[in-house]
Design a protein around this ligand. Sequence first.
Ligand SMILES: Nc1ncnc2c1ncn2[C@@H]1O[C@H](COP(=O)(O)OP(=O)(O)OP(=O)(O)O)[C@@H](O)[C@H]1O
Ligand SMILES: [Mg+2]
Length: 321
Amino acid sequence: MPDEKPVVVVHDLVVRFTVGHGRAARDIAPVDGVSFSIAPGEVLSLVGESGSGKSTLGRTLVRFHRPFSGQIQIDGQSVETIRSAGALKVLRKSTQMIFQDPFGSLNPVRTVGQHLRVVVRRHHDLNGGKLEDRIHELLERVGLIPGYDFKGKYPHELSGGQRQRVAIARALAVNPKVIVADEPISMLDVSIRADILKLLRKLQQDLRVAYLYITHDLASARYFGDRVMVMYGGQVMETGTADQVVGTPGHPYTRLLLASTAGSDVDLPIGETSIEAPNLFVGRTGCPFAHRCPAVTELCSREQPMLRALPSGQQVACHHA
Ligand SMILES: Nc1ncnc2c1ncn2[C@@H]1O[C@H](COP(=O)(O)OP(=O)(O)OP(=O)(O)O)[C@@H](O)[C@H]1O
Ligand SMILES: [Mg+2]
């Protein structure tokens, strides 16, 4: 897999928003110089606390946000240069997104079949029996069996897990190469979370879909991800294989995340007191985690640490790791 040409390449991506109005308006950068790639059929888990910029990054890949600077290549297409509806349609064929709230992402007055027909028709020249066969196949592929039982159902007639399966079927309808899954299990009942992750894994194996899997939770990041990328304050703090990052975390922030995971035997780093959100304002200096870091020195607030390789193999952005 590593020798294969990546299906996603992100280089030095910056996303900015203006917050506040008039004289109080200021720019924030929730994604601030992020680079990574994903191989075909690979799962990259993106982990970080609330507000670290995960969703902004994921939504920029599918071009819900326009990048401020940097490059995104998906399946050979430059995402940052997309200006036309035609180019966006090409991106929608290669890249799909699944959201946290399956109820919010489905239209309550449309049946399951109607949701899928719209997407299949938009991207493939199918109608009549062939269209219905394709919908049936999609439903069964996501475990809604028999498919014809589910076609006529409305979202409110389904369980949360079934609704998420419909959202997954809709994403699959275009045969995407990449799926951005933004906390796809966090609103579901604990008992069915593993089933949905197993389904996503099966699709990865059967169809070679690659994922950017966004989560708060290091345990599921390790379970589902081939590699894990930890983000804080819009920047990558640590990245490597799932075993490197979760097994032998190198960054104080990753250690903090791990210590707050249920059942973890990692001690909370001494000195971690503040849970203050990171400063995202454009023009900040140093490491975004410095104000919370137990290992902080004067250098950390002055100079931004660059990612560098540790002997254990992963890359860590810390002056003192
Ligand atoms: N459209 C927007 N306009 C202005 N600010 C935004 C916008 N979208 C996100 N932000 C800000 O960017 C920062 C990062 O938000 P983002 O949603 O990417 O974080 P996240 O890591 O996904 O958090 P969570 O885990 O809570 O979903 C936050 O401070 C948020 O308020
Ligand atoms: Mg989010």
